[in-house]
Ligand binder design. Structure first.
Ligand SMILES: [Fe+2]
Length: 243
């Protein structure tokens, strides 16, 4: 396994669109974090939080990707950026999925869904149950970070059996979000209900992609086979999926 096989499916790399980089230079600096490691493919997952300033349209996201991709090419930074968004769970999510255009990850069928830090877990589970029943493909972002979900292993296991996929943050396993997120993230992985490990990077400073040393730590924590499955094999299959 080489770092060149890693594909980050959750990163806030687009400029001036959410709490990630605020301009092209900052986006390029984050892109260099990847290419310096040999990583060449990421999925841009800007926040979509309705009713806030972080709710860019699919069209704007595609325009930002094209703008950044051109800037990276002119600056010889060989990072391919695939479209996506991190859709915040909200009470009208199901209705909005019917009536609005959201970007799935790459050309796949899968939407990345961010659980709420404040809404009840029951409301989320009910919504996920309905969406999965309808045949929607959902990847739940970083449940290990959400206090209301950490004790909800049985309902989450049930949803995984129904087809839900789970993405854990690298920062959680590295202890950057506290001991509880790390503990719960490892529990999820040990119970084989995690499909993806991704950085959820927001820039080059406090929430940056793992360094080489940190990737080595993750290999020790998880074992190389698990790391390869969650960061290389499963993301590659996702990018190969066609709508
Ligand atoms: Fe995120």
């Amino acid at each position: 396994m080489s770092l060149s096989d890693f594909i980050d499916i959750h990163t806030h790399i687009l400029p001036g669109i959410d709490d990630g980089p605020q301009n092209l230079e900052e986006s390029a600096a984050l892109a260099r974090c990847y290419t310096d490691m040999g990583i060449t493919q990421v999925i841009a997952t800007s926040h979509y939080i309705p009713g806030t300033a972080w709710a860019a349209s699919s069209q704007l996201i595609l325009e930002k990707i094209a703008e950044l991709q051109g800037y990276l090419q002119r600056n010889s930074i060989p990072l391919a950026i695939f479209p996506g968004m991190e859709i915040a769970y909200h009470k009208k999510l199901q209705e909005h999925l019917e009536t609005q255009t959201f970007l799935p990850l790459g050309t796949s069928f899968h939407y990345l869904l961010e659980p709420s830090f404040t809404d009840s877990a029951e409301a989320l589970f009910h919504c996920l149950d309905q969406l999965l029943e309808q045949g929607r493909k959902i990847i739940l972002a970083h449940p290990e970070r959400i206090p209301g979900l950490r004790e909800m292993r049985n309902p989450i296991d049930q949803l995984v059996r129904q087809g839900l996929k789970i993405q854990i943050n690298t920062g959680s396993l590295l202890g950057k979000f506290g001991a509880e997120s790390k503990h719960v993230g490892l529990q999820f992985i040990e119970s084989n209900c995690v499909h993806y490990l991704a950085s959820d990077a927001h820039g080059v400073n406090s929430r940056r992609p793992p360094t080489g040393e940190e990737w080595s730590q993750l290999g020790i924590i998880l074992g190389i086979d698990v790391l390869e499955q969650l960061c290389c094999i499963n993301p590659a299959q996702l990018l190969a999926e066609k709508e």
